[in-house]
Design a protein around this ligand. Structure first.
Ligand SMILES: Nc1nc2c(ncn2[C@@H]2O[C@H](COP(=O)(O)OP(=O)(O)OP(=O)(O)O)[C@@H](O)[C@H]2O)c(=O)[nH]1
Ligand SMILES: [Mg+2]
Length: 333
């Protein structure tokens, strides 16, 4: 296998994936296009789009750039998250309607679901049920996922094999609702009404306008600032989506830094350090002896690793240390 393809697959295997689902014509592909437009630096990730429906996106993290100021590394590498553009679901998908099975298989592969809900009105863009009704739309998608889970459970029972592993159910996956509003609704400060809030039921949601996100992803930094001011928002909807995905999936970021590269890595909250540093190198989990750890902010305040060391601010930790968000780590093997 071509070495770059290998690296790209390796990175994908390590990253977390979010599947974009929803009814047809709600803006999933427009969102996906915007996400992949802001794809990670091509130099670090040779194939940002391996499959036309899978895109690798950098996780925005200002701390990475602050940290890099200390060591002036040759490379700054963000951590990544993978998004999958899934075909629109129709009623009956669980029975194989539309792209039924392919659709459900794609969702199974994802760690979390981004459920795009159409809020925008546009007579030119057909709504499958000819009516903007977010609560009804969410209900249709969720019913199909529940039906697919029922089939999974039935198949499991049929086999009457108690040793069969408990299959992961689609409805167990974490969901982030993406409420796709028009640019006008965004300016007007649109917010979900009581009925929609009840449907969302405390789960995470992000309000954004996909055509605006597409424009933002193609804009220069100056233009981006102008857009954000015009729409009276502090960050792009995609940035807040990526950050929300992190929160929804209980993920944290830790860093490694040096002259060569300053890099962000993903770990699960409450991971022990040997497990977390496996992201850096698969052998690190086995070979781990101890690590030196300092919070990123403390490191910046003190001005560098050597200064922190002489002041006794670097902790030496063993295998039982739980990695913390914002840790800067040097692993000893
Ligand atoms: N007015 C308006 N049009 C939008 C918006 N988002 C998407 N569209 C348009 O709606 C059409 C469908 O958008 P897509 O992003 O392809 O929708 P999709 O959810 O991927 O649709 P399927 O793949 O068919 O399930 C396109 O013509 C988009 O330009 C929006 O926020 N406002
Ligand atoms: Mg699409």
């Amino acid at each position: 296998m071509d070495v770059f393809v290998y690296i790209a697959y390796y990175l994908l295997a390590m990253s977390l994936s979010v599947g974009i689902v929803g009814l047809p014509n709600v803006g999933k592909s427009t969102l996906f296009k915007a996400l992949t437009k802001k794809a990670v630096d091509i130099q670090n990730y040779p194939f940002t789009t391996i499959d036309p429906n899978v895109g690798v996106v950098a996780v925005p993290d200002e701390r990475l750039f602050e940290l890099a100021k200390i060591s002036n590394p040759k490379k700054i590498i963000p951590t990544i998250i993978e998004f999958i553009d899934i075909a629109g679901l129709v009623k009956g998908a669980a029975q194989g309607e539309g792209l039924g099975n392919k659709f459900l298989a794609n969702i199974r592969e994802a760690d979390a679901i981004a459920h795009v809900v159409r809020i925008f009105t546009d007579e030119k863009i057909t709504h499958v049920h000819n009516k903007i009704d977010p609560t009804n739309d969410i209900g249709i998608v969720e019913t199909e996922l529940e039906l697919a889970d029922l089939q999974t459970k039935e198949r499991r029972d049929e086999k009457k094999n108690k040793d069969l592993p408990v299959l992961e159910l689609l409805t167990d996956k974490k969901v982030i609702f993406i409420l796709n509003v028009s640019e006008k609704q965004l300016i007007d400060g649109w917010q979900p009404d009581g009925e929609l809030l009840k449907t969302i039921n405390g789960r995470d949601s992000v309000i954004l306008s996909t055509p605006l996100e597409l424009a933002l992803s193609e804009a220069t930094p100056e233009e981006k600032k102008e857009y954000l001011d015009e729409f009276n928002i502090t960050e792009s909807g995609l940035d807040s989506l990526i950050k929300t995905a992190y929160k929804t999936l209980d993920l944290i970021t830790f860093f490694t830094t040096g002259e060569d590269e300053t890099r962000a890595w993903t770990a699960k909250k409450n991971d022990l350090i040997p497990k977390a540093v496996k992201a850096i190198h698969t052998d690190f989990e086995k070979l781990f002896i101890r690590a030196e750890v300092i919070n990123w902010e403390t490191l910046i305040e003190i001005g560098g690793w050597a200064q922190a060391k002489s002041k006794g601010l670097i902790k030496t930790v063993g295998k039982d240390y739980i990695i913390q968000d914002g840790d800067v780590v040097e692993v000893k093997i």
